[in-house]
Design a protein around this ligand. Structure first.
Ligand SMILES: Nc1ncnc2c1ncn2[C@@H]1O[C@H](COP(=O)(O)OP(=O)(O)OP(=O)(O)O)[C@@H](O)[C@H]1O
Ligand SMILES: [Mg+2]
Length: 402
Protein backbone atom coordinates (compact mmCIF):
# COMPACT_ATOMS: atom_id res chain seq x y z
CA UNK A 1 0.00 0.00 0.00
CA UNK A 2 2.69 2.44 0.98
CA UNK A 3 4.27 1.80 -2.39
CA UNK A 4 1.39 3.42 -4.22
CA UNK A 5 2.99 6.81 -3.87
CA UNK A 6 6.08 7.43 -5.87
CA UNK A 7 8.81 8.35 -3.42
CA UNK A 8 8.14 7.96 0.25
CA UNK A 9 8.40 10.32 3.10
CA UNK A 10 11.94 10.86 4.25
CA UNK A 11 11.26 13.36 7.02
CA UNK A 12 9.10 11.91 9.78
CA UNK A 13 9.47 14.77 12.21
CA UNK A 14 10.44 18.18 10.94
CA UNK A 15 10.41 19.69 14.44
CA UNK A 16 13.23 17.47 15.62
CA UNK A 17 15.48 18.89 12.90
CA UNK A 18 14.71 22.47 13.76
CA UNK A 19 17.32 24.56 15.56
CA UNK A 20 15.08 25.36 18.53
CA UNK A 21 14.33 21.71 19.29
CA UNK A 22 15.83 20.73 22.63
CA UNK A 23 17.03 17.11 22.48
CA UNK A 24 16.99 14.97 25.62
CA UNK A 25 20.59 14.01 25.18
CA UNK A 26 23.45 16.27 24.16
CA UNK A 27 26.40 14.19 23.01
CA UNK A 28 29.85 15.62 23.72
CA UNK A 29 28.51 18.16 26.16
CA UNK A 30 28.30 16.04 29.31
CA UNK A 31 31.35 17.72 30.76
CA UNK A 32 29.81 21.17 30.25
CA UNK A 33 26.51 20.02 31.72
CA UNK A 34 28.33 18.63 34.75
CA UNK A 35 30.37 21.83 35.26
CA UNK A 36 27.31 24.01 34.98
CA UNK A 37 25.51 21.74 37.42
CA UNK A 38 28.38 22.08 39.88
CA UNK A 39 28.20 25.86 39.71
CA UNK A 40 24.44 25.93 40.24
CA UNK A 41 24.30 23.18 42.87
CA UNK A 42 24.39 25.48 45.94
CA UNK A 43 20.95 26.86 45.06
CA UNK A 44 19.41 23.48 45.88
CA UNK A 45 20.62 23.71 49.47
CA UNK A 46 19.76 27.32 50.07
CA UNK A 47 23.10 28.85 49.03
CA UNK A 48 24.00 31.36 46.35
CA UNK A 49 25.68 29.95 43.24
CA UNK A 50 28.51 31.93 41.65
CA UNK A 51 27.68 33.95 38.59
CA UNK A 52 28.70 32.17 35.44
CA UNK A 53 29.84 33.47 32.08
CA UNK A 54 29.55 31.10 29.13
CA UNK A 55 31.08 31.80 25.78
CA UNK A 56 31.87 29.99 22.57
CA UNK A 57 31.24 30.35 18.86
CA UNK A 58 27.83 30.06 17.28
CA UNK A 59 26.27 26.59 17.15
CA UNK A 60 28.45 25.08 19.86
CA UNK A 61 25.50 24.12 22.07
CA UNK A 62 25.50 26.96 24.62
CA UNK A 63 21.76 27.56 24.48
CA UNK A 64 20.94 23.85 24.35
CA UNK A 65 23.13 23.08 27.38
CA UNK A 66 21.88 26.06 29.40
CA UNK A 67 18.23 25.21 28.76
CA UNK A 68 18.84 21.56 29.53
CA UNK A 69 20.51 22.34 32.87
CA UNK A 70 17.93 24.95 33.88
CA UNK A 71 15.12 22.53 33.15
CA UNK A 72 16.68 19.85 35.30
CA UNK A 73 17.39 22.23 38.17
CA UNK A 74 13.95 23.66 38.08
CA UNK A 75 12.42 20.16 38.27
CA UNK A 76 14.76 19.23 41.08
CA UNK A 77 14.04 22.40 43.04
CA UNK A 78 10.32 21.79 42.98
CA UNK A 79 10.81 18.13 43.84
CA UNK A 80 12.81 19.13 46.90
CA UNK A 81 10.56 22.08 47.63
CA UNK A 82 13.49 24.51 47.59
CA UNK A 83 12.83 28.21 47.20
CA UNK A 84 14.70 28.68 43.95
CA UNK A 85 13.49 29.86 40.54
CA UNK A 86 15.11 29.78 37.14
CA UNK A 87 14.43 32.17 34.32
CA UNK A 88 15.81 32.02 30.80
CA UNK A 89 15.73 35.19 28.69
CA UNK A 90 17.04 35.52 25.16
CA UNK A 91 18.17 39.14 25.10
CA UNK A 92 18.19 39.38 21.30
CA UNK A 93 14.57 38.27 21.09
CA UNK A 94 13.49 40.35 24.09
CA UNK A 95 15.11 43.29 22.30
CA UNK A 96 15.25 45.97 25.01
CA UNK A 97 16.38 46.26 28.63
CA UNK A 98 12.77 46.92 29.54
CA UNK A 99 11.58 43.66 28.00
CA UNK A 100 14.40 41.69 29.60
CA UNK A 101 13.47 43.10 32.99
CA UNK A 102 9.80 42.42 32.35
CA UNK A 103 10.56 38.76 31.65
CA UNK A 104 12.59 38.50 34.83
CA UNK A 105 9.71 40.08 36.74
CA UNK A 106 7.24 37.66 35.19
CA UNK A 107 9.24 34.77 36.63
CA UNK A 108 8.70 36.35 40.06
CA UNK A 109 4.96 36.68 39.37
CA UNK A 110 5.34 40.43 39.07
CA UNK A 111 3.35 41.84 36.15
CA UNK A 112 4.88 44.68 34.18
CA UNK A 113 2.84 46.61 31.58
CA UNK A 114 4.13 46.33 28.02
CA UNK A 115 5.54 49.88 28.18
CA UNK A 116 5.32 52.95 30.29
CA UNK A 117 7.20 52.38 33.55
CA UNK A 118 10.61 53.85 34.24
CA UNK A 119 13.49 51.45 34.54
CA UNK A 120 13.94 52.41 38.17
CA UNK A 121 10.31 51.55 38.86
CA UNK A 122 10.63 48.17 37.16
CA UNK A 123 13.75 47.49 39.19
CA UNK A 124 12.06 48.33 42.42
CA UNK A 125 9.15 46.04 41.57
CA UNK A 126 11.63 43.33 40.77
CA UNK A 127 13.30 43.81 44.14
CA UNK A 128 9.96 43.52 45.89
CA UNK A 129 9.32 40.33 44.00
CA UNK A 130 12.71 39.02 45.06
CA UNK A 131 11.96 39.85 48.68
CA UNK A 132 8.74 37.93 48.52
CA UNK A 133 10.53 35.01 46.92
CA UNK A 134 12.78 34.72 49.95
CA UNK A 135 15.10 32.51 47.99
CA UNK A 136 17.31 32.25 44.96
CA UNK A 137 16.58 33.53 41.46
CA UNK A 138 18.88 32.19 38.74
CA UNK A 139 18.73 34.46 35.69
CA UNK A 140 20.10 33.17 32.43
CA UNK A 141 20.73 35.99 29.93
CA UNK A 142 21.36 34.36 26.57
CA UNK A 143 22.95 36.42 23.77
CA UNK A 144 23.67 39.07 26.38
CA UNK A 145 26.24 40.73 24.07
CA UNK A 146 23.39 41.91 21.83
CA UNK A 147 21.84 43.75 24.76
CA UNK A 148 25.10 45.32 25.88
CA UNK A 149 25.96 46.44 22.35
CA UNK A 150 22.72 48.39 22.07
CA UNK A 151 22.20 49.61 25.60
CA UNK A 152 25.53 49.33 27.45
CA UNK A 153 26.08 47.25 30.55
CA UNK A 154 23.85 49.22 32.93
CA UNK A 155 21.34 46.43 33.35
CA UNK A 156 24.04 43.87 34.08
CA UNK A 157 25.54 46.24 36.59
CA UNK A 158 22.24 46.67 38.42
CA UNK A 159 21.54 42.95 38.40
CA UNK A 160 24.96 41.96 39.68
CA UNK A 161 24.58 44.55 42.44
CA UNK A 162 21.14 43.54 43.54
CA UNK A 163 22.59 41.09 46.07
CA UNK A 164 24.26 43.90 47.99
CA UNK A 165 21.00 45.56 48.81
CA UNK A 166 20.02 43.56 51.80
CA UNK A 167 16.96 41.94 50.32
CA UNK A 168 15.95 38.48 51.40
CA UNK A 169 16.05 37.14 47.85
CA UNK A 170 19.24 36.70 45.89
CA UNK A 171 20.16 36.47 42.24
CA UNK A 172 22.75 34.51 40.34
CA UNK A 173 23.43 35.38 36.73
CA UNK A 174 24.39 33.18 33.86
CA UNK A 175 25.51 35.28 30.90
CA UNK A 176 25.94 33.68 27.46
CA UNK A 177 27.72 35.19 24.46
CA UNK A 178 29.15 34.01 21.15
CA UNK A 179 31.15 37.18 20.72
CA UNK A 180 34.51 36.58 22.28
CA UNK A 181 35.46 40.26 22.17
CA UNK A 182 32.40 41.13 24.18
CA UNK A 183 34.21 40.98 27.49
CA UNK A 184 36.20 44.05 26.53
CA UNK A 185 33.03 46.12 26.37
CA UNK A 186 32.16 45.45 29.98
CA UNK A 187 32.98 47.66 32.89
CA UNK A 188 35.69 45.84 34.90
CA UNK A 189 33.40 45.60 37.93
CA UNK A 190 30.62 44.03 35.89
CA UNK A 191 33.06 41.68 34.20
CA UNK A 192 34.63 40.46 37.40
CA UNK A 193 31.32 39.77 39.04
CA UNK A 194 29.75 38.19 35.95
CA UNK A 195 32.69 35.87 35.39
CA UNK A 196 33.11 34.48 38.89
CA UNK A 197 33.06 31.23 36.94
CA UNK A 198 33.64 30.78 33.22
CA UNK A 199 32.82 28.02 30.82
CA UNK A 200 34.11 27.89 27.26
CA UNK A 201 32.37 25.91 24.51
CA UNK A 202 34.81 24.78 21.84
CA UNK A 203 33.71 24.16 18.25
CA UNK A 204 32.69 20.58 17.50
CA UNK A 205 34.97 18.32 15.50
CA UNK A 206 33.65 16.49 12.45
CA UNK A 207 33.35 13.27 14.49
CA UNK A 208 31.40 15.00 17.24
CA UNK A 209 29.07 16.58 14.68
CA UNK A 210 28.52 13.18 13.11
CA UNK A 211 27.44 11.76 16.50
CA UNK A 212 25.03 14.65 17.01
CA UNK A 213 23.59 14.25 13.51
CA UNK A 214 23.25 10.50 13.83
CA UNK A 215 21.10 10.88 16.93
CA UNK A 216 18.93 13.58 15.42
CA UNK A 217 18.58 11.68 12.14
CA UNK A 218 17.47 8.51 13.88
CA UNK A 219 14.66 10.48 15.56
CA UNK A 220 13.51 12.44 12.56
CA UNK A 221 14.23 10.59 9.31
CA UNK A 222 12.69 7.36 8.11
CA UNK A 223 14.79 4.26 8.34
CA UNK A 224 16.88 3.50 5.28
CA UNK A 225 16.41 7.01 3.88
CA UNK A 226 19.99 8.02 4.61
CA UNK A 227 23.27 6.35 5.27
CA UNK A 228 26.51 7.02 7.05
CA UNK A 229 28.11 8.78 4.09
CA UNK A 230 25.42 11.46 4.16
CA UNK A 231 25.91 12.03 7.90
CA UNK A 232 29.67 12.18 7.37
CA UNK A 233 29.41 14.69 4.56
CA UNK A 234 27.13 17.05 6.49
CA UNK A 235 29.46 16.82 9.49
CA UNK A 236 32.57 17.40 7.42
CA UNK A 237 31.13 20.42 5.61
CA UNK A 238 30.02 22.02 8.89
CA UNK A 239 33.32 21.23 10.60
CA UNK A 240 35.24 22.81 7.75
CA UNK A 241 33.59 26.11 8.62
CA UNK A 242 33.82 26.22 12.37
CA UNK A 243 32.23 23.18 13.98
CA UNK A 244 28.74 24.66 14.09
CA UNK A 245 26.04 22.11 15.00
CA UNK A 246 23.27 24.38 13.73
CA UNK A 247 24.92 24.47 10.31
CA UNK A 248 25.29 20.67 10.28
CA UNK A 249 21.61 20.19 11.17
CA UNK A 250 20.54 22.74 8.56
CA UNK A 251 22.48 20.85 5.91
CA UNK A 252 20.83 17.58 6.85
CA UNK A 253 17.34 19.09 7.01
CA UNK A 254 17.61 20.93 3.70
CA UNK A 255 19.19 17.87 2.02
CA UNK A 256 16.26 15.78 3.23
CA UNK A 257 13.80 18.36 1.89
CA UNK A 258 15.53 18.47 -1.49
CA UNK A 259 15.49 14.68 -1.73
CA UNK A 260 11.83 14.53 -0.73
CA UNK A 261 10.82 17.18 -3.22
CA UNK A 262 12.61 15.28 -5.92
CA UNK A 263 10.68 12.14 -5.01
CA UNK A 264 13.92 10.33 -4.24
CA UNK A 265 13.89 7.22 -2.08
CA UNK A 266 16.86 8.29 -0.04
CA UNK A 267 19.14 11.22 0.68
CA UNK A 268 22.28 11.12 -1.38
CA UNK A 269 25.48 13.09 -1.38
CA UNK A 270 24.31 15.25 -4.26
CA UNK A 271 21.32 16.34 -2.16
CA UNK A 272 23.71 17.50 0.54
CA UNK A 273 25.70 19.46 -2.05
CA UNK A 274 22.51 21.03 -3.32
CA UNK A 275 21.57 21.90 0.26
CA UNK A 276 24.89 23.60 0.72
CA UNK A 277 24.27 25.74 -2.35
CA UNK A 278 20.77 26.64 -1.18
CA UNK A 279 21.96 27.65 2.27
CA UNK A 280 24.78 29.70 0.76
CA UNK A 281 22.35 31.44 -1.56
CA UNK A 282 20.09 32.15 1.40
CA UNK A 283 22.95 33.99 3.00
CA UNK A 284 23.71 36.05 -0.10
CA UNK A 285 20.03 36.82 -0.36
CA UNK A 286 19.98 38.12 3.20
CA UNK A 287 23.05 40.25 2.64
CA UNK A 288 21.60 41.72 -0.56
CA UNK A 289 18.16 42.35 0.90
CA UNK A 290 19.57 44.61 3.55
CA UNK A 291 21.66 46.78 1.22
CA UNK A 292 20.91 50.51 1.35
CA UNK A 293 19.30 52.17 -1.68
CA UNK A 294 22.41 53.54 -3.38
CA UNK A 295 24.27 50.25 -3.01
CA UNK A 296 21.35 48.55 -4.70
CA UNK A 297 21.41 51.04 -7.54
CA UNK A 298 25.17 50.53 -7.90
CA UNK A 299 24.62 46.79 -7.97
CA UNK A 300 21.96 47.19 -10.63
CA UNK A 301 24.41 49.35 -12.60
CA UNK A 302 26.96 46.53 -12.46
CA UNK A 303 24.30 44.10 -13.59
CA UNK A 304 23.20 46.32 -16.50
CA UNK A 305 26.78 47.07 -17.51
CA UNK A 306 27.67 43.39 -17.40
CA UNK A 307 24.82 42.57 -19.78
CA UNK A 308 26.07 45.22 -22.18
CA UNK A 309 28.88 43.26 -23.80
CA UNK A 310 32.53 43.06 -22.81
CA UNK A 311 32.28 39.59 -21.31
CA UNK A 312 30.41 40.85 -18.32
CA UNK A 313 33.25 43.13 -17.31
CA UNK A 314 32.80 46.88 -17.08
CA UNK A 315 35.08 49.74 -16.12
CA UNK A 316 34.31 51.87 -13.09
CA UNK A 317 33.67 54.80 -15.45
CA UNK A 318 31.03 52.88 -17.36
CA UNK A 319 29.39 51.77 -14.15
CA UNK A 320 29.31 55.29 -12.81
CA UNK A 321 27.54 56.63 -15.89
CA UNK A 322 25.04 53.78 -15.80
CA UNK A 323 24.53 54.48 -12.11
CA UNK A 324 23.85 58.16 -12.82
CA UNK A 325 21.36 57.30 -15.53
CA UNK A 326 19.59 54.95 -13.13
CA UNK A 327 19.42 57.67 -10.50
CA UNK A 328 17.85 60.08 -12.97
CA UNK A 329 15.36 57.42 -13.98
CA UNK A 330 14.54 56.75 -10.32
CA UNK A 331 14.40 60.43 -9.42
CA UNK A 332 17.10 60.25 -6.76
CA UNK A 333 20.13 62.49 -6.40
CA UNK A 334 23.26 60.59 -7.50
CA UNK A 335 26.25 60.27 -5.18
CA UNK A 336 29.72 61.40 -6.23
CA UNK A 337 32.10 59.20 -8.18
CA UNK A 338 34.18 58.68 -5.05
CA UNK A 339 31.25 57.58 -2.90
CA UNK A 340 30.17 55.14 -5.57
CA UNK A 341 33.68 53.83 -5.68
CA UNK A 342 33.49 53.13 -1.93
CA UNK A 343 30.15 51.37 -2.36
CA UNK A 344 31.70 49.19 -5.06
CA UNK A 345 34.49 48.26 -2.66
CA UNK A 346 31.88 47.30 -0.07
CA UNK A 347 30.09 45.08 -2.58
CA UNK A 348 33.47 43.57 -3.36
CA UNK A 349 33.99 42.78 0.31
CA UNK A 350 30.57 41.14 0.47
CA UNK A 351 31.65 38.92 -2.40
CA UNK A 352 28.87 40.22 -4.66
CA UNK A 353 31.13 41.83 -7.24
CA UNK A 354 34.80 41.39 -7.93
CA UNK A 355 37.20 44.11 -8.94
CA UNK A 356 40.67 44.28 -10.36
CA UNK A 357 42.89 47.18 -11.29
CA UNK A 358 44.21 47.44 -14.83
CA UNK A 359 46.85 49.79 -16.01
CA UNK A 360 46.70 51.70 -19.29
CA UNK A 361 50.34 52.69 -19.25
CA UNK A 362 50.72 56.45 -19.30
CA UNK A 363 46.96 56.91 -19.26
CA UNK A 364 46.62 55.76 -15.68
CA UNK A 365 44.72 52.90 -14.13
CA UNK A 366 41.11 51.94 -13.90
CA UNK A 367 39.07 49.40 -12.00
CA UNK A 368 37.32 46.64 -13.87
CA UNK A 369 34.28 45.25 -12.19
CA UNK A 370 32.13 42.23 -12.77
CA UNK A 371 29.33 40.48 -10.97
CA UNK A 372 30.67 37.70 -8.76
CA UNK A 373 27.33 35.95 -8.30
CA UNK A 374 24.66 34.72 -10.64
CA UNK A 375 22.60 37.58 -12.11
CA UNK A 376 19.40 35.62 -11.38
CA UNK A 377 20.22 35.85 -7.70
CA UNK A 378 20.50 39.59 -7.92
CA UNK A 379 17.25 39.77 -9.84
CA UNK A 380 15.45 37.64 -7.27
CA UNK A 381 16.33 40.21 -4.62
CA UNK A 382 15.28 43.13 -6.84
CA UNK A 383 11.94 41.50 -7.54
CA UNK A 384 10.91 42.29 -3.98
CA UNK A 385 11.74 45.94 -4.46
CA UNK A 386 9.24 47.89 -6.54
CA UNK A 387 11.55 50.72 -7.55
CA UNK A 388 14.49 48.51 -8.40
CA UNK A 389 12.48 45.91 -10.26
CA UNK A 390 10.86 48.46 -12.55
CA UNK A 391 14.22 50.14 -13.14
CA UNK A 392 15.82 46.79 -13.85
CA UNK A 393 13.27 45.71 -16.41
CA UNK A 394 13.45 49.07 -18.18
CA UNK A 395 17.25 49.19 -18.31
CA UNK A 396 17.77 45.58 -19.24
CA UNK A 397 15.36 45.90 -22.13
CA UNK A 398 17.43 48.77 -23.53
CA UNK A 399 20.82 47.15 -22.92
CA UNK A 400 22.33 45.41 -25.93
CA UNK A 401 22.44 41.64 -25.41
CA UNK A 402 25.70 39.78 -25.83
N1 LIG B 1 25.79 18.36 21.83
C1 LIG B 1 24.69 18.50 21.10
N2 LIG B 1 23.86 17.46 20.91
C2 LIG B 1 22.75 17.60 20.18
N3 LIG B 1 22.37 18.72 19.58
C3 LIG B 1 23.16 19.80 19.73
C4 LIG B 1 24.35 19.74 20.50
N4 LIG B 1 24.94 20.96 20.45
C5 LIG B 1 24.17 21.73 19.69
N5 LIG B 1 23.09 21.03 19.26
C6 LIG B 1 22.03 21.54 18.40
O1 LIG B 1 22.60 22.46 17.48
C7 LIG B 1 21.80 23.63 17.34
C8 LIG B 1 22.58 24.84 17.76
O2 LIG B 1 22.92 24.75 19.14
P1 LIG B 1 22.71 25.98 20.14
O3 LIG B 1 21.51 26.75 19.75
O4 LIG B 1 22.77 25.48 21.53
O5 LIG B 1 24.03 26.82 19.78
P2 LIG B 1 24.58 28.13 20.50
O6 LIG B 1 25.94 27.81 21.00
O7 LIG B 1 23.60 28.64 21.48
O8 LIG B 1 24.73 29.09 19.26
P3 LIG B 1 24.54 30.71 19.21
O9 LIG B 1 25.80 31.28 19.76
O10 LIG B 1 24.40 31.00 17.75
O11 LIG B 1 23.32 31.05 20.02
C9 LIG B 1 20.57 23.38 18.20
O12 LIG B 1 19.56 22.87 17.37
C10 LIG B 1 21.01 22.34 19.19
O13 LIG B 1 19.93 21.54 19.57
MG1 LIG C 1 22.38 30.31 21.48
Amino acid sequence: MARLESGRRIILSRDVLRADYLPESLPHRWEHIRRMGEVLAPCLIGGRPSNLFIYGKTGTGKTAVAKHVLKRFSAEASRRDVRARFVYVNCRIAGTEYRVLAEICASLDVRIPFTGLSKAEVFSRMRNGLNRLWGMLVICLDEVDVLVKSFGDGLLYELTRSNDQGSSGHVAIIGISNDLMFKEQLDPRVLSSLSEEELVFHPYTANELADILRERASMSLSEGSYDESVIRLCAALAAAEHGDARRALDLLRVAAEVAEREGAERIEERHVRAAQGLIERGRVYEALSSLPLHSRIVLLAVLVASKGGGNGIATSGAIYSTYKALCVEAGVEPLTDRRVSTLISELDMLGVVSCDLVSFGRHGRTRRIRLAINSDEVMSVFERDELLSSLASKMLKNAPQN
